[in-house]
Design a binder for this molecule. Structure first.
Ligand code: HAM
Length: 416
């Protein structure tokens, strides 16, 4: 037997229905913010992610699916959505005619070679969005509000936005220096990964999961103390806007995010102090890093699978339809033909309709009616059909009504 790959999963049944519901809510929300839908390819030139996300990040060092294709090109399966969207933005020269901010959202599979565990897979979905062209904090606030409202609309009201700022390049450089000075004498007391991070990405030490409770981390210098005036003013303005918009957040000065492209605003969405359900921030340098002009941008991505899991763990009611409107039952060949024809008509009129496909006995078809949780049933019968009639039975009240074939749709429309 061939089994699925480690860290991948099949989506079907109730799980698929839950996702369809969440998709629907999120898509409608994105429309309210006037974001357009985008999908980018699953695979891209490796350089896009290596350069974009950063060679020194854990993601590029350990997690990307890199391979050579048959044309000897270096290819990577997308580990995240931002770099591909930026590639699209540059390739289509959208910066040339930017009379408005360019705003797009996506719902795409991502691939990271991680150790699979609950909420962490090798193939997973991100629902995310990116906004290009504005360096004003009103764009950061819009992106944070879209993320915040998304979780609230799907019923995760208790999420917290953890917010921090990395400041501009000057502030970041000063902060990095301060961290290296602080950690160098005590690095031996931290985990092996942190020792490795000291040189290549000291900011990452701050969100180490292994040493999370170590006082060395807790007492480390804070980004906020190394911001220049402009960066600090900006952070204060963003907080003012979020307060005005009634968006609840907590400043977490240890939040740094794992990808290299961020500056200024970074944020994550968490629930009950568990792993991040989503994360994002501003990335003003990325368009330029990937070969475009200097264009500011900000965005966010929800970990879709983790979010669905959190909905289940928090008993959020996900309204999914698990019933059929009408089941058509038959025995003879002419009744079967009518069943096929009538099913077509009912489905085209938006009724969820079931009909036996397995040649079951009438008794077994009645059992299916209950399994499908059917609201109505029609037992087709040659005698009735000769008179152009059917008997429609309400499966809850058990009431029966004899009606003309051409009145079925109208009857169901008024009774359902
Ligand atoms: P990220 O923090 O790497 O950011 O991923 C965003 C979210 O994807 C995470 O918070 C998490 O919920 C989910 N996620 C990450 N890895 C896995 C995994 N192995 N299994 C399941 N879920 C996972 C980004 O990817 C940025 N591109 C976000 C962004 C958009 N920044 C600006 N725009």
């Amino acid at each position: 037997m061939i089994t699925k790959q480690k860290g991948t999963y099949d989506i079907y049944g109730v799980e698929a229905k839950k996702r369809a519901y969440v998709n629907d809510v999120l898509n409608r929300l994105c429309e309210k913010y006037n974001y357009g839908y985008i999908e980018t390819p699953v695979f891209e030139a490796s350089e896009l992610f290596h350069r974009g996300v950063g060679e020194s990040t854990d993601m590029v060092k350990k997690e990307t699916y890199d391979f050579k294709d048959r044309g000897d090109r270096d290819i990577t399966l997308r580990p995240e959505g931002t770099a591909g969207v930026v590639r699209w933005f540059i390739e289509n020269k959208l910066y040339g005619s930017m009379s408005e901010a360019v705003k797009v959202y996506y719902n795409m599979k991502m691939y990271r070679y991680e150790r699979p565990q609950s909420g962490r897979n090798r193939e997973f979905t991100q629902w995310g969005f990116e906004c290009f062209g504005s360096d004003d904090v009103i764009a950061d606030a819009e992106v944070i509000s879209l993320a915040y409202n998304a979780y609230r609309l799907i019923g995760l009201d208790d999420v917290t936005i953890e917010l921090n700022t990395l400041g501009d390049q000057e502030s970041r450089d000063n902060y990095r220096k301060a961290l290296v000075e602080y950690f160098t004498p005590v690095i031996g007391e931290l985990c092996e990964d942190c020792q490795d991070r000291l040189e290549r990405n000291p900011l990452r030490i701050l969100d180490c999961k292994v040493d999370a409770d170590n006082p060395i981390l807790k007492n480390a210098p804070k980004t906020i103390d190394y911001l220049n005036k402009e960066s600090l003013d900006r952070f204060n303005k963003l907080k003012e806007l979020l307060d005005l918009m009634d968006i609840k957040y907590e400043v977490n000065t240890n939040l740094v995010r794992g990808l290299d492209y961020y500056n200024h605003t970074v944020f994550e969405v968490v629930l009950n102090g568990s792993y991040a359900l989503g994360g994002g921030g501003r990335y003003n340098g990325l368009v330029e890093t990937l070969g475009g002009p200097s264009i500011p941008a900000v965005g966010f991505a929800m970990g879709y699978d983790r979010t669905i899991l959190a909905m289940e763990e928090n008993n959020v009611n996900i309204p999914i339809n698990d019933s059929v409107d009408v089941t058509l039952l038959y025995v003879s060949d002419t009744e079967k033909e009518t069943a096929a024809y009538l099913a077509q008509e009912l489905r085209l009129n938006s009724f969820i309709t079931e009909v036996d496909l397995l040649g079951k006995s009438l008794k077994a078809q009645f059992k299916s009616v209950d399994r499908w949780n059917s609201k109505y049933l029609i037992v087709l019968n040659d005698e009735d059909l000769a008179k152009n009639e059917v008997v429609l039975k309400d499966n809850v009240t058990k009431d029966e009504n004899r009606i003309k074939m051409n009145e079925i749709v109208e009857y169901l429309d008024t009774h359902m």
